[in-house]
Design a protein around this ligand. Structure first.
Ligand SMILES: *Cc1c(COP(=O)(O)O)cnc(C)c1O
Length: 363
């Protein structure tokens, strides 16, 4: 196996998914499992479906094409508003898409008509995070217009919080969404099948003490992969937080001063570092850099502290010397996973339940 590599424990992702499907199911909420962080990886999609996800969600048509080409037949929702330039492929590959733009809706209907299909629509509502969403005052009119388009099926409404601005899903904004569902039903004189409350950041609200109102779907990615609630990046009770590991190889290790010397100006990345005098340290370098991942979003194993990085080097301090060639596993956060997945220099390895973990931890 090559290094650096991102290891995905599919069995643990499956357990996380099954746990969420069960716990949210008790509250009347289905799981749309989001594949975008791993670029629509087919092994991931299959695990999500086997664990009981009601459907799959992805933000990119190319990822959906990857899954469809491999024969993944589960219902797929495009969770980003379609590009006008891609409506044909959206209709061809996705059962449903999340939408906000009347012009795109009209184009989706036309594309669906040309393909002899009916395309599902979830209208996204703005609840304060200021990313995608129709302003609540405009929702009824757009819902009526959507209902009037012959080859679209208005399946529901949804919202997305905690992404652009960090607005926390709570009883108030979720109650607003429930109220808007009733308003749309009244305006269109038709029931809504889906009220999609949000993403992994909704888990605190969804699993908390209050009721869940009309919300009957959540679109979950990070919680299933990393076991974390993104609101404060805390573990979700009962979920595995070690399903993903980023493994890198040590290329140099030895005693060095902790402080640089000479005239100090900018680093390679335009930063000026506050240095800490620690006397002599054991400095251990791994062949992992900013070209591979977000090096600021990694947790090192016990006995190792990340102190710096450049394009190709991760500089750490370790309790002891580490032999060159030693593989070290880091816990990646969401940003590190995204960067690793889009870096051609990092291989992704899917490990299944029966397999031994191929790499021992550092200590
Ligand atoms: C990415 C995304 C999700 C999944 O978010 P997680 O935080 O990974 O659970 C859900 N909905 C939308 C609209 C998204 O863009």
């Amino acid at each position: 196996m090559s290094v650096p590599r991102l290891e995905v424990r599919l069995d643990l992702v499956g357990l996380n998914t099954a746990a969420m499907v069960r716990r949210l199911g008790e509250r009347g909420i289905a799981v749309t499992a989001v594949t975008k962080a791993l670029l629509g990886a087919v092994p991931l999609a299959r695990v999500f479906v086997a664990a009981g996800a009601a459907g799959l969600g992805d933000s990119r048509v190319a990822n959906v094409a990857t899954m469809r080409d491999a024969g993944v037949a589960a219902p797929v929702t495009l969770v980003r508003t379609p590009m006008l330039s891609q409506v044909e492929r959206v209709v061809q590959l996705c059962d449903t898409s999340c939408n906000t733009e009347p012009r795109v809706l009209a184009a989706l209907s036309a594309a669906a008509r040309a393909q002899g299909r009916r395309h599902g629509v979830v209208l996204m509502v703005e609840l304060g995070d200021l990313r995608e969403g129709i302003m609540p005052d405009d929702l009824a009119a757009i819902a009526r217009a959507t209902r009037g388009l012959p080859n679209l099926l208005l399946r529901g409404i949804g919202a997305n919080l905690a992404c652009r601005s960090g607005v926390v899903p709570d009883a108030a904004n979720m109650a607003e969404l429930s109220g808007l569902a009733a308003l749309v039903e009244h305006a269109t004189d038709a029931p809504l099948e889906v009220v999609s409350g949000g993403n992994s950041a909704n888990l605190g609200w969804a699993l908390g003490p209050g009721g869940t109102g009309r919300i009957n779907d959540l679109r979950l990615g990070e919680a299933l992969l990393l076991g974390l609630d993104p609101v404060e990046r805390q573990p979700v009770e009962g979920l595995h937080t070690d399903a993903l590991r980023l493994v890198a190889e040590v290329i140099e290790s030895g005693a060095k001063p902790s402080m640089p010397w000479g005239t100090i100006a900018q680093t390679a990345f335009g930063e000026r570092l506050g240095q800490v005098e620690r006397g002599k340290v054991v400095q251990t370098i791994l062949a992992l850099g900013r070209q591979d991942t977000d090096t600021t979003d990694l947790v090192a194993p016990p006995g190792m502290t990340i102190v710096g990085s450049s394009s190709d080097h991760l500089v750490t301090w370790t309790d002891e010397r580490v032999a060159p060639g030693t593989e070290v596993a880091f816990a990646p956060g969401y940003a590190a996973v995204l960067r690793s997945m889009t870096s051609p220099t990092v291989e992704t390895v899917y490990v299944d339940e029966a397999a031994e973990r191929p790499v021992p931890a550092l200590k």
